[in-house]
Design a protein around this ligand. Sequence first.
Ligand code: PMP
Length: 405
Amino acid sequence: MSAPRADFPLLAAQPSLVYLDSAATAQKPRVVIDAIRDYYETANANPHRGAYKLSGAATDAYHGARREIARFLGAADADTLIFTRGTTEAMNLLATAWGHQHVHRGDRVVVTRMEHHANFVPWQQLARDVGAEFRICELTDDGRIDMDQLRLLVTANTKVVAFGHVSNALGTINDVREIVKIAHAIGAVAFCDGAQGAPHLRVEFDALGVDAYAFSGHKMLGPMGIGGVIARRALLESTHPYQFGGDMIEFVFDGDSTWNTLPHKFEAGTPNVEGAVGLAAAVRYLDGIDMDNVRAHEVELTRYALAQLATIDGMQLFGPAAAEARSGVVSFNLSDIHPHDLSTMLDVDGVCVRAGHHCAQPLMRAIHQTATVRASFYVYNTAADVDALVASLRRAHARFHAHAG
Ligand code: PMP
């Protein structure tokens, strides 16, 4: 086991709960909850604004957290980490601020068929707004990006390739470096949605070469409402801010204004200090386990789950066959049981899985499913959780067919 269940108060309080929905949000270790409480009990004030010591403590807590999170994600320049509410806001920031400034009529925007709506719709709408072409790279039968098609789609007029590090619906891990190479070969930027990457894989932002990498704290053991995007300094410096207000300002004249330095330029208004502090505690916790161990544990669990699930009659699994090619996400359907009915039946046994389109409707259409059931693993899951899932699925199957028959 990578992380003891006892470290997670909610799991410790509910020993029979089988939590298999970490791709939606992760449970929080006590150290994260304690860090947030400690911040409020010892250092709470509005950062940046006060000359008094307490405001300085809040400022230090906020920027100290930024440094720790940037280091965890492999970025040497912490001021290029912009805090947002999460990946959704980060992708909207890129599409709105960078996109409207750099993408014009006749340009091309490329995404992939496996994108979460948060990394699909902002680019689709940008393309509509400015009159650019919006192109979708299709997938292979086993749920990987068709790299040959991507090479053809990324033409000289392409300005941006927006793609996920890991698919939340299929678990597929994409080859970030190769996609970056394809984009950069023609001078396009490559923006990566790391919502499902950062929690599970060692991210080396500086080495990956990607122009921006977005993440959500709540999927990596941190609190909700905090996440961010790390981007190349030159890209951020040349991009006009998209939200205006306190903190992001240098001077406000009657007719125009000038902007604060990075990261403040993109962080208008009072920031989420408790979120940043909580997320810093989360990445310290993950560092303590070591991301290589996080990954090894997930590969082992995923391999076991794929093998066990395949023994159930009527099981249809989606995504790459090899556990090494995917993160701890297993998407499936079981004979003709509706995914929502199935997840409700599993809930009776205390097994929490997600059923639906996983905010990936374009993908669901391509795999001819209206929805799938998704089990997703993280550091606190064990082989016993997989066994509970499989036993519950067998019971559900038997019950459903008894009624149907
Ligand atoms: N992209 C992917 C791949 C995701 O899995 C999610 C969360 N389901 C998001 C983006 C959006 O993240 P958030 O809701 O935290 O902004």
